[in-house]
Design a protein around this ligand. Structure first.
Ligand code: HEC
Ligand code: HEC
Length: 432
């Protein structure tokens, strides 16, 4: 080793030692409630007021830091309702051996999901477009990215992303299914030039320098290195832990012994009528039911379909990806989209890939009279020959109201109020 290199190595080494000696070593425990309150809750009232928040921020170099609950949250446990067949459900699980859900990984994923540092100018987190109260979607038809640009499509509600691979189906993520896995999906909004505008190398370096990430990565992955692969894995774990199977529908189905076709005692007459139209089918023909595409118990879709929003689509959805048709009965994939799980659908307005419908009533009106006979229209709608510009199920007023009432039974209040899915950061002022 040359003299110069030797000196350099020694210099770097002693610098590393002195940093290690001066900086108190942070761990995940340093960010737990008691540890942070002990240091920053000057008036000892059990919460942080604005002045105390400012002191906390200053101590960490002027950045918002996460505050974790004293008792670690459990993200691994999935409580399936009785009406769900556990073995069949396990087969629908898209988790892989390369990314097993751990509590430490999901906690890191939660912090990343709510961190505006993931965007170029620190203004936008995943939650900016996927808000918990809105079923992890955005009330705006198009979302605003880090520089105020508008997304090309409506933000999707996030629920049951872990359970999508039922009966051999492997739907991709996004409206057009362009992401094959959740891990791949996560890195796309970060690099999207409208949404968050980051490059992965620069993101890794940025997060590595923030005081809280090295300990969180160490807890989740065994060493403090921030890599984009680990970012993707942790956020995917957090997304997978967002299971929405605790709604009125589930309680009523459990009470009915899991038979979806039986009238549920816990449902109103109207909800039962809606359930029958949705699940058993229109006119009792199962192929004609909504559940032909939106399949219980998650009410997710096995692949992209066309639901006749337009005769000619402006946005081709899956069709723009150049893949062979996903259905031998349709000539191409043009105008096909994959809707998210309809769990929490009452909270995720507006609806469809372009947010064109403001309410569930408008959605049902579309299926009733507004379906355009697109050349790739899903079979469920039965081709109806004729000159008419639109076709549809021609629901009565009573049926329409029943379908809406039924969809409202799919809201899982626990997912949208559970603190373990909420913003963990101590904020000075509320950001959007
Ligand atoms: C600026 C708004 C915005 C931000 C920021 C954003 N998203 Fe999204 N998200 C969207 C939109 C819009 C879509 C639908 C896009 C499409 O299909 O082309 C979407 C779709 C998704 C989906 C697909 C859901 C499904 O059922 O297929 C997931 C998962 C998701 N986002 C997670 C995230 C995560 C994780 C982050 C942060 C790393 C994030 N999003 C950041 C707007 C945003
Ligand atoms: C042939 C398959 C198919 C059938 C049958 C079907 N849908 Fe859909 N549904 C879709 C597709 C595809 C989308 C997304 C379309 C888009 O955004 O371009 C969708 C979207 C929706 C959405 C909005 C989802 C969101 O997050 O914005 C609701 C609500 C909905 N459907 C309810 C129903 C109801 C109620 C019925 C029965 C009357 C029904 N669907 C029948 C395919 C279907």
């Amino acid at each position: 080793m040359s003299g110069l290199r030797m000196t350099l190595v020694l210099a770097v080494w002693s610098l590393a030692l002195s940093v290690a000696a001066e900086e108190p070593k942070l761990s995940v425990e340093s960010f737990r409630r008691e540890a942070l309150l002990r240091q920053f809750d000057a008036d000892k009232d059990g919460t942080l007021n604005d002045r105390e928040r400012a002191a906390l921020r200053a101590a960490f170099g002027g950045v918002d830091v996460p505050l974790l609950p004293q008792r670690p949250d459990d993200y691994k446990k999935v409580r399936l309702p009785k009406h769900v067949d556990a073995a069949e459900f396990a087969q629908g699980d898209n988790s892989t051996e390369q990314n097993v859900l751990t509590n430490e990984g999901a906690v890191l994923g939660r912090v990343l999901f709510y961190d505006t540092q993931l965007s170029r100018n620190n203004t936008v987190s995943c939650a900016a477009c996927h808000g918990q109260r809105a079923g992890f979607s955005d009330p705006k038809p198009f979302s605003l990215g880090f520089e105020g640009g508008r997304t090309g499509r409506n933000s999707m509600g996030l629920a049951n992303l872990r359970f999508t691979n039922f009966k051999g189906a492997r739907p991709g993520f996004f409206w057009d299914e362009r992401a094959a896995t959740l891990e791949a999906q996560v890195l796309m909004p970060i690099q999207d030039r409208i949404e968050m505008g980051m490059e992965l190398g620069e993101l890794e370096a940025k997060l590595q320098k923030l005081p809280y990430y090295p300990p969180f990565f160490a807890a989740a992955f065994g060493s403090p290195e921030v890599t984009s692969d680990r970012i993707a894995k942790a956020v995917a774990q957090f997304l997978r832990s967002m299971v929405a199977l605790n709604a009125k529908f589930d309680r009523a189905a459990d009470a009915a012994g899991g038979n979806y076709s039986a009238a549920f005692d816990k449902f109103t007459e109207q909800e039962n009528l809606g359930k029958s139209l949705f699940i058993d089918g229109i006119g009792g023909v199962a192929e004609m039911g909504c559940a032909h595409c939106h399949i219980p118990p998650t009410f997710g879709m096995p692949k992209a379909f066309n639901n006749g929003l337009d005769l000619k689509s402006k946005d081709q959805g899956l069709g723009a990806l150049g893949r062979p048709t996903n259905d031998p009965f349709t000539p191409s994939n043009d105008g096909k989209f994959k809707a998210p799980s309809l769990r929490n659908i009452a909270l995720t307005a507006p609806y469809m890939h372009d947010g064109r419908f403001k309410s569930l009533e408008e959605v049902v009106e579309h299926y009733s009279r507004g379906i355009h006979p697109h050349e790739n229209l899903g079979l469920a709608f039965g081709e109806q020959p004729g000159e008419r510009a639109t076709i549809g199920f021609q629901f009565t007023g009573e049926q329409k109201a029943a379908l809406v009432a039924f969809m409202k039974t799919l809201t899982d209040e626990s997912l949208i109020s559970d603190p373990k899915f909420s913003d963990p950061f101590v904020r000075l002022k509320r950001k959007r």
